[in-house]
Ligand binder design. Structure first.
Ligand code: BGC
Length: 448
């Protein structure tokens, strides 16, 4: 692996619902993921995140796995209903204390905490009041940001507002495969605007509290048409997933085709488009789109079914190599999306890759205690090469965070999908450092 610029940050990432467990302990309120997972048929094998990998109780050991690798930055998220059980109002002291302890444990080991305010686990009480379809939810997140900055701002200087708005709006509001599973089709668009407004209000609150560094984590990927007949379908899909979210943040406007469908009030776009210190990019794989072919059955072609009325269908990206989750392995796609963002947005701030990684169904540790995950090492190495290529092409990339520090609950896919550098035995919760963990540690040390 070639060199990265001086000061380049190597990190690991997780999110609250995927690791914490303790779903109803010490005053935590229910989130939309607790509710969704309790509904039959939503999560593979009927699993859920009630216990997850019990990070709530095992955080000290987990911090050791993160810190011992020499990791510079640790990206985690707050469980909003752990801190505010109904999303607003009375603070649950025990919940806030948990994050206080976590931050102190990281700092004691020299790891920089980079928390995300919101990673999909909305308090159920807010969902009951309209969720992201309601403008009030955006203000509630702004208040939550202020509360956290007030409590942790003396030690936390780097903040991420929301994680992958596009994915929650598409899978959770437009489709039914993620919480809250509403299946509203294009009726989900107000949720996009309210999440973006929440982002802007959170930036305001964090800045007012003196936060040094504020960014967002957005999922981006190149979108290609399957044939020359599919160019328009691919453009619509790219607009809905990439540009609907990045345009207002990075150039203060909505894509023209969607603007009339969004409940924008005076002043919203100024709030959403306030300058950021970094732009977080989460990348996994590119997308191939075709216009629906009459008579073709798309059911089961990919994990999610797209409703009839949608003018596009994602189809498998041809690729000689796939992860065990079935995702195409296309490192170049990361270089492409980074240069595309740079070209589209003259005001693009420095970029951090806030997530990249792969699920392989790693075997349990052998008698020698090793978890041999050579394919994950190859995946990460190739994607770091793609980041390096983007830097050489002039994109200002300042860091790279592996998804994920530890095996965890992969949302609707449950526990089969293992993204971790650290293996977690679900029955015993025993943690074992995989070969990829050792590789990552050596990589960081080589760049010290
Ligand atoms: C999310 C993570 C998720 C990962 C792998 C991203 O969409 O932010 O929570 O586990 O990708 O699917």
């Amino acid at each position: 692996m070639s060199d990265f610029p001086a000061g380049f940050r190597f990190g690991m990432a997780t999110s609250a619902y995927q690791i914490e467990g303790a779903f109803d302990l010490d005053g935590k309120g229910p989130s939309i993921w607790d509710t969704f997972a309790a509904r039959p048929g939503t999560i593979r094998h009927g699993e859920d995140g009630r216990v997850a990998i019990d990070h709530y109780h095992r955080y000290a050991e987990d911090v050791a796995h993160i810190a011992d690798a020499g990791t510079h930055d640790y990206r985690f998220s707050f469980s909003w209903p752990r801190v505010l059980p109904t999303g607003t109002g009375t603070v649950n002291k025990a919940g806030l204390d948990f994050y206080d302890r976590l931050v102190d444990a990281l700092l004691a080991r020299g790891v920089r905490p980079v928390p995300t305010l919101y990673h999909w686990d909305l308090p159920q009480a807010l969902e009951d009041a309209g969720g992201w379809l309601s403008r009030d939810t955006a203000y509630a997140l702004g208040d939550f940001a202020a509360l956290l900055a007030d409590r942790l701002g003396d030690r936390v200087h780097d903040w991420i507002t929301l994680n992958e708005m596009s994915v929650q709006v598409l899978y959770g509001y437009a489709l039914t495969s993620h919480a809250p599973g509403l299946g509203l089709g294009f009726g989900a668009l107000p949720a996009a605007h309210h999440q973006l407004l929440a982002h802007g209000l959170a930036v305001q609150a964090l800045r007012a509290a003196g936060a040094a560094t504020v960014g967002v984590a957005a999922q981006h990927f190149p979108v290609a048409p399957a044939s020359s007949d599919d160019v328009e379908a691919a453009e619509i899909f790219a607009t809905l997933t990439n540009w609907l979210f990045a345009d207002p943040i990075l150039r203060g406007t909505y894509p023209e085709s969607l603007a009339p469908l969004l409940p924008v009030a005076d002043g919203d776009l100024e709030i959403i488009g306030a300058p950021l210190d970094f732009y977080g990019v989460n990348y996994y794989e590119p997308t191939l789109i075709e216009a629906p072919r009459p008579g073709r059955d798309y059911h089961g072609v990919l994990e999610v079914d797209i409703p009839e009325e949608m003018p596009f269908r994602p189809v498998p990206v041809p690729s000689p190599e796939r992860t065990d989750f079935g995702w195409a392995i296309v490192p170049d796609g990361l270089t492409t999306i980074l240069t595309t963002l740079r070209d589209r947005y003259p005001a693009l701030p420095p970029v951090i890759i806030t997530e990249n990684g792969a699920s392989f169904h790693d075997p349990a540790p052998g008698p020698d205690g090793r978890v041999r995950d050579a394919r994950r090492i190859a995946y990460l190495d190739a994607h770091l090469g793609a980041v390096r290529a983007a830097i050489d092409a002039g994109v200002d990339v300042r860091g790279y965070y592996v998804w994920s520090a530890l095996d965890n609950v992969e949302w609707a896919a449950g526990y089969d999908e293992r993204f971790g550098l650290v293996h977690v035995d679900r029955a015993t919760q025993v943690r074992t450092r995989k070969d990829s963990w050792h590789w990552f540690r050596a990589l960081i040390a080589a760049h010290a």
